[in-house]
Design a protein around this ligand. Structure first.
Ligand code: ZN
Length: 241
């Protein structure tokens, strides 16, 4: 069984297209999405429509909800709020309808996996899993073998060992039969782990990998500048921070 999981596209069409092209070379049976199609980047509508066409299961992220008015943008920083206000003016009815239809969580029955954007414990609070304690308590809130999420834009695999301990992996891992896993998919459209290349997940016969895909960063930056999106959001794409 081979499938892909993508997250945090953030209206970056160049990155998203590059990832879709990379996925096409890998003969996957399905592509799943862990939230945040929009926000920050210059192509919210095209990204939402490509998402609709690419992913068979998808959940909503905090930026998706804020863009369609399902959540307040009070907790976003000033730059994210500016980008969201602009995003709202660029979404077509079809895109709004698609984002509105995304659930907060999804159970991938055939894959023994669970999808959520931020945390299984309380999906609508959009909490980050930052400490080992927070990671540990979240294992109680999904029954499947693997939980895929996004939100922090930093890829990792947290493995719950039979002893109850947690081991963090930063790269590819072959999953153990006895383990239970939380996999952060990283970000397609705004990586923050110091590597500017687009990031996503391939699950291949019990192994989880994070392919990195080069894309035309300058083209995304050019479009953002043209739309007057915040400088810091433009610059960070080249740094992957
Ligand atoms: Zn995000």
């Amino acid at each position: 069984m081979r499938y892909a999981v993508i997250s945090d596209i953030h209206s970056n069409l160049e990155a998203f297209r590059a990832v879709v092209a990379d996925i096409r070379t890998r003969a996957v049976s399905a592509v799943f999405f862990a939230g945040d199609a929009v926000g920050y980047g210059p192509d919210p509508d095209a990204c939402t429509l490509l998402l609709k066409e690419t992913c068979s299961e998808a959940v909503a992220g905090n930026h998706d909800w804020a863009a369609i008015g399902s959540a307040s943008d009070q907790r976003f920083n000033e730059m994210a709020r500016r980008a969201l206000a602009w995003t709202r003016t660029r979404l077509s009815e079809r895109s709004i309808e698609h984002l509105r239809g995304l659930p907060l969580t999804s159970s991938l029955e055939d894959h023994d996996a669970f999808l959520v954007h931020a945390s299984p414990k309380d999906p609508a609070s959009w909490r980050y899993l930052l400490s080992m304690g927070e990671i540990r308590e979240n294992y109680e809130f999904f029954s499947q073998r693997i939980c895929y999420l996004g939100h922090s834009h930093t890829p990792f695999i947290a493995e719950q060992l039979p002893s109850g301990g947690i081991q963090i992996h930063r790269g590819s891992v072959t999953l153990e039969q006895t383990g239970k896993y939380i996999v952060n998919c990283g970000s397609v459209g705004q990586p923050r782990d110091g590597d500017p290349r687009a990031c996503y997940v391939i699950f291949d016969d019990g192994a989880v990998q994070f392919p990195r895909v080069e894309y035309a960063v300058e083209e995304t930056q050019r479009k953002m500048a043209l739309e007057g999106l915040p400088d810091m959001l433009i610059e960070r794409l080249a740094r992957g921070r």
